[in-house]
Write a protein that binds this ligand. Structure first.
Ligand code: TXA
Ligand code: MG
Length: 336
């Protein structure tokens, strides 16, 4: 297991650390870097052997393709076919930003990254730190979230370190990611753009730009189109329980039982729910944006100090609720 005995460095983003990152990437190594959504675990998207290391470091299933990240001015047309004109409208409206579009691949990106699907998800991140990193390395970067497979996605360099120490040589520290949940994954190889994974760019936002949008997610009877969606995901290591908002009394009962047996329960909830329950709280905030931004941060905080995290459905009325609930349901799959 030669990839697993690194002395993992955590460096602020400077010209010197970016130079180091470039050297590692161009010699087929892995570098974790911040984006506006979550931290990514990056490798040269043209190199089969570099990308294999991502799957190995994460323990990721081999049939789950990776997103390829490029700088704003990278010649994207060298990588993908543009099948529909609505793609240009989406680029104008949302890029750079937390929207990954799945195109037909021209075959330049490594088939190890795309799992031989013939399509490739391309993302142009907005955060200054991600842009500096992509600019510095100069090649497209294949990157999943920088967590061990199935664990909660990291939103700080410390989170990445906790999962990846010893497994990778370098983590670029850009502070906490604001977005907090991963990019929306949108299939643009079909006449109607189709959401494969929901996120901060919502169904309503896409529909308002293109005039149409479809949603293909999570229905267990559907053919799985974003292979990642079928796996258990985002799970903290402690116990979890997810309640409907109207079940506050049952949630309180569970909390009190844990407390009585000498354990440490925590609620994880938004401002409105925290007025209803009594006890320790991992606060998520008020608006959908705040809740998304805090979700993984609070789950990871909770696993360090709670025996159980007791969470509630989120329903702010914002389209982002969809992406939050998708994560929350999966994170709480390991029920009490
Ligand atoms: O915000 C994000 O998207 C973060 C940051 C690091 O950019 N990345 C991320 O990557 O969340 P990952 O690997 O954790 O999730 C990628 C998702 C998976 O559900 C995968 O199945 C889907 O995107 N995906 C990637 N390429 C695809 C393709 N060609 N066709 C269908 N789905 C694809
Ligand atoms: Mg992930």
């Amino acid at each position: 297991m030669k990839y697993f005995d690194f002395d993992t460095e955590v460096d602020e983003i400077t010209d010197a650390s970016l130079e180091k990152a470039k050297t590692i990437i161009l010699s087929d190594g892995l570098v974790a870097f911040p984006t506006e959504t979550v931290y990514g675990l990056g490798a040269n998207a043209f190199s089969d052997s570099a990308i294999k290391k991502i799957f190995e470091a994460k323990g990721r299933p081999q049939d789950n393709p990776l997103i390829v990240h490029i700088a704003e001015d990278y010649p994207i047309d060298e990588l993908v076919e543009v099948d529909y004109d609505y793609i240009y409208k989406l680029r104008d409206a949302f890029l750079p930003g937390p929207l990954t579009m799945v195109y037909r691949s021209k075959g330049k990106v490594s088939p190890v990254a795309t799992c031989g699907l013939g399509t490739v998800g391309i993302r142009i991140p907005r955060s200054v730190e991600a842009r500096r990193f992509l600019k510095a390395v100069g090649v497209p970067i294949a990157a999943p979230s920088a967590n061990i497979s199935k664990h909660t996605s990291p939103v700080t360099a410390k989170h990445v370190y906790d999962d990846m120490k010893g497994r990778i040589p370098l983590i670029l520290d850009g502070g906490k990611c604001d977005g907090g949940i991963e990019s929306t994954v949108l299939d643009v190889t079909t006449e109607t753009p189709t959401i494969l994974r929901s996120g901060l760019v919502t169904y309503e936002m896409i529909k308002s730009v293109v005039g149409r949008c479809a949603y293909s997610e999570n229905k267990s009877t559907d053919k799985v189109r974003a292979p990642g969606m079928k796996y258990a995901h985002y799970m903290p290591s402690c116990e979890t329980a997810l309640f409907k908002r109207e079940e506050a009394a049952a949630a309180q009962k569970l909390y009190d039982e844990y407390e009585k047996s000498g354990k440490t329960p925590y609620f994880m909830c938004d401002d409105e729910m925290s007025k209803i329950i009594r006890g320790r709280v991992l606060p998520l905030g008020k608006t959908a944006k705040e809740i998304a931004s805090n979700l993984y941060y609070r789950l990871l905080e909770g696993e360090g100090k709670a025996d159980i995290i007791i969470a509630f459905d989120v329903s702010t009325g914002d389209g982002i609720d969809e992406g939050i609930m998708n994560r929350l349901t999966k994170a709480c799959r390991r029920q009490v």
